[in-house]
Design a protein. Structure first.
Length: 279
């Protein structure tokens, strides 16, 4: 069984719009121990059998998804045999259209399963071009994305605790990015070389997610969640991840995160929420 971990954007700066329609960004990201479960088995059929189950299976497009796209790409690049087919079962535990990168994670961890490390490095440009630019984030547990095409692993490893809240709202990344009108300067801080966790947290707290205002203007529940998280004891900061709609609070300890989630669930009983930490 493959654990397909999701990510949290601790910060997200939109630098500029590129000629190809994409946006250049800077981001600090960490993988957390919330994951989809993927099981793979070779079958004798002449086609792949892909099945989704779990809490968020209903939100997945069964006719076009990252698993299908990844298998198609791996075959076209001769990285898996063209005449070999698979039964793949995905237990969807990561909310879909949430900014947690579940689809990209599934693609990345499938690639890691089938492709040798050296070949991943050689083909990474092709993978990201075909499957999505945020794919790069899932090859590092904790990283600073200096630009759309450059992701660097932190020298230090941080143990961070989170409460994640998903307001059952599906955010379209394309829609949110289409509404970007203001851009940020590139960060002058080299997050890769920070040595102390306290210093790292201090600097991350000063950052922001440039998409947060856009998403929360469309979906007011985002703003309400972020505000309530920020009021909880031991919460360093609260923010939206990616283009939303999932939000998180970063806490001083797992114990305080567990206390915080109780109050969140009391206030928003219909929202999905969990306590998690960096891997």
């Amino acid at each position: 069984m493959i654990k397909s971990y999701c990510k949290i954007n601790l910060s997200l700066r939109i630098i500029k719009k590129l000629n190809n329609g994409l946006h250049d960004i800077q981001s600090n990201s960490v993988l957390i121990n919330l994951y989809d479960e993927i099981k793979i088995k070779i079958i004798k059929k002449k086609y792949d059998v892909i099945t989704f189950n779990g809490k968020f299976k209903k939100d997945v497009n069964i006719k076009k998804n990252s698993i299908m796209n990844t298998l198609k790409l791996l075959r076209s690049e001769d990285l898996i045999k063209k005449d070999r087919f698979y039964k793949i079962l995905i237990n969807k535990k990561i909310p879909v259209y949430s900014g947690l990168g579940g689809g990209s994670s599934n693609a990345a961890f499938l690639i890691k399963h089938f492709v040798k490390k050296n070949n991943i490095k050689k083909k990474l440009g092709i993978f990201t071009h075909k499957l999505g630019s945020d794919l790069r984030l899932f090859f590092y547990n904790q990283s600073f994305q200096k630009s759309l095409k450059t992701v660097v692993k932190y020298k230090n490893k941080y143990k961070l605790y989170f409460v994640i809240v998903y307001p059952n709202v599906k955010c379209s990344t394309k829609l949110i990015y289409s509404k970007v009108r203001k851009f940020s300067d590139t960060s002058k801080i080299n997050f890769v070389k920070i040595n102390h966790e306290s210093r790292f947290i201090e600097l991350i707290k000063k950052e922001k997610n440039d998409l947060e205002m856009i998403s929360s203007s469309i979906y007011p529940s985002i703003k309400k969640i972020i505000s309530l998280l920020s009021l909880q004891e031991g919460c360093y900061m609260s923010r939206m991840t990616g283009s939303g709609s999932a939000c998180y609070g970063m806490f001083q300890s797992q114990k305080l995160a567990k206390l915080g989630i109780k109050k969140i669930k009391k206030k928003f009983p219909k929202y999905w929420a969990t306590v998690t930490k960096t891997i």
